[in-house]
Design a protein around this ligand. Structure first.
Ligand SMILES: NC(=O)c1ccc[n+]([C@@H]2O[C@H](COP(=O)([O-])OP(=O)(O)OC[C@H]3O[C@@H](n4cnc5c(N)ncnc54)[C@H](O)[C@@H]3O)[C@@H](O)[C@H]2O)c1
Length: 479
């Protein structure tokens, strides 16, 4: 649904009026496109604290954004990376101010600030205090900058471990992600490269535009997933990091799920799109568009896991739990079926199918699971006790399962938590609440399904585990 307020603010009278009245002035966000795939302009690398992170310059160069350490003259930085991993005392925080204060005004519109922090030390409370201080700093700066600029904190044990995350955060793909704290892990002890899950030379990830009428025949016979045993390991091409992998996206006939399918296919995955049988015509159109395969199936079916596994004899590299519903009512007016249907689709089906697909080995070693939470699950929302409970449940699921899934199956488990995203779901929201949802974030606008999709695609490749990443333009809700 069109955001008429944002359109109005982009006109000359709209700009004048909103400035005079002190109203939000959302700028058009610079998103990824094949013609403009990267931020345009230099990346400035600054250091706070005594010990810089070894190899950071090289890691940034590998992201395709070679950094500058010195003055940029009249050029405005497209991004500033502040290495604050060496900040281990409160006194050293002075450097954070001293390095960023002179440059922050010059950052280009829709630019990026990424602060790199160190993991909090359980043995040194001075280091922990100084590093935790960065979180408050980053979240505040995100609320100050405006102009489509975003600010994040990445806590990382090493430069290589942060590469995939930096590549995402320093790109137009992260346009609607701001004010986030991302904990990056080193997955190498689980047999993963620091940056990617294993990828393989694939016998064929060519598009399969045919779709099947039933779950049993959803995938080409003999199709093998990249993570299958015996696969040949090689680092994937950064532009197609999912080449050779099979990805399943639930709830893919509409909205965010469709965008996820499109982005994963763009990144090289063979995408199997799943949705309820009644959505089959739309589902088949999506499958055709992404060169994937349709799997009409109600995810709440008791045997949904078994049917997915039967349809994917070659296994799965990426599992995206996106299907979701709302049945809003205040608790006093909420019938039991409204409660249970939301819990069934949004949470129970995620737990049941994940358990089955992990235990059966359908999700291969090196696989990635991305679930869909919501900021309603973090902040709560009147009229959504059922929905918020189901989405908070997703957060608990991710935090508990992630370390065990990695240790036992070599699989990461993360979630995206969308804020206000322009979709069928939010088009149904009453007008005033819809306007409030769009404005109450640092970017002053709603996100697009592709913003959630890009974040999902990064979690499907990056060395991140147990994280819940908000895609909400730094919403004030639950912040
Ligand atoms: N749109 C937002 O602002 C927003 C915000 C936060 C979270 N989310 C979450 O993002 C996800 C996608 O939301 P959306 O806005 O694209 O909604 P949507 O209604 O456009 O799409 C949801 C899809 O899930 C499918 N689905 C529902 N029940 C299913 C079932 N039992 N089995 C299989 N498929 C089923 C639907 O048919 C639909 O295609 C949901 O989990 C939602 O809760 C959305």
């Amino acid at each position: 649904m069109a955001d008429r307020y944002a359109t109005f603010t982009h006109t000359a009278p709209g700009r004048f009026l909103t400035r005079r009245l002190g109203l939000p002035q959302p700028v058009p966000l610079r998103r990824w496109s094949p013609l403009r795939p990267a931020l345009e302009g230099p990346v400035l690398l600054l250091t706070a604290g005594d010990i810089p992170l070894p190899g950071l310059h090289e890691s940034l160069t590998r992201t395709g954004l070679p950094p500058h350490n010195g003055p940029l003259g009249s050029r405005r930085p497209a991004a500033v990376v502040l290495d604050a991993t060496g900040v281990s005392t409160v006194a050293a925080l002075t450097d954070v101010h001293a390095t960023l204060h002179p440059v922050v005004r010059s950052i280009a519109p829709c630019g990026r600030v990424v602060v790199l922090g160190a993991p909090l030390s359980p043995a040194d409370h001075h280091q922990a205090a100084a590093q935790q201080a960065l979180e408050g700093f980053v979240r505040s700066l995100g609320k100050e900058l405006g102009g489509g600029r975003t600010v994040q904190l990445v806590r990382t044990p090493s430069a290589p471990a942060a590469e995939a995350t930096l590549r995402f955060l320093l790109s137009p793909k992260s346009a609607y992600v701001s004010g986030q704290v991302v904990e990056v892990g080193d997955l190498s002890e689980y047999g993963e490269s620091a940056e990617y899950a294993e990828s393989v030379e694939s016998g064929g990830c060519a598009a399969d535009s045919a779709y099947a009428g039933g779950a049993e025949h959803a995938v080409r016979a003999g199709e093998a997933d990249a993570t299958a045993p015996g696969a040949v390991l090689q680092l994937p091409h950064p532009a197609r990091p999912l080449a050779g992998r099979t990805a399943l996206v639930t709830g893919a006939a509409h909205g965010i799920g469709t965008a996820v399918a499109e982005v994963l296919a763009r990144d090289g995955a063979h995408v199997v799109v799943l949705d309820v049988p009644s959505a089959e015509p739309d589902l088949c159109r999506v499958a055709e568009r992404v060169g994937g395969t349709a799997l009409p199936l109600d995810i709440t079916a008791d045997d949904a896991g078994e049917r997915i596994a039967a349809a994917l004899p070659g296994g799965l590299g990426v599992l995206v739990h996106n299907a979701g519903i709302t049945r809003d009512r205040r608790l006093t007016n909420m019938a039991a079926d409204r409660w249970s249907s939301v819990l069934d689709v949004n949470l129970t089906s995620v737990l049941r199918t994940t358990d089955f697909l992990l235990k059966s080995g359908t999700v291969r070693r090196g696989g990635r699971i991305v679930a869909t939470a919501s900021i309603a699950g973090l902040a709560g929302n009147a009229g959504q006790t059922n929905y918020a409970a189901s989405k908070a449940g997703i957060v608990g699921f991710v935090r508990s399962l992630a370390p065990r899934a990695l240790a036992e199956h070599g699989v990461t488990v993360n979630a995206v938590a969308p804020g206000f995203i322009e979709s069928r779901m939010t088009a149904a929201v009453p007008m005033l609440i819809r306007q409030a949802g769009r404005r109450m974030n640092s970017l002053g606008q709603g996100g697009l399904p592709v913003d959630v999709a890009e974040t999902t695609a990064w979690l499907a490749t990056g060395a991140v585990n147990g994280q819940v990443i908000r895609v909400c333009g730094q919403s004030l809700l639950g912040a």
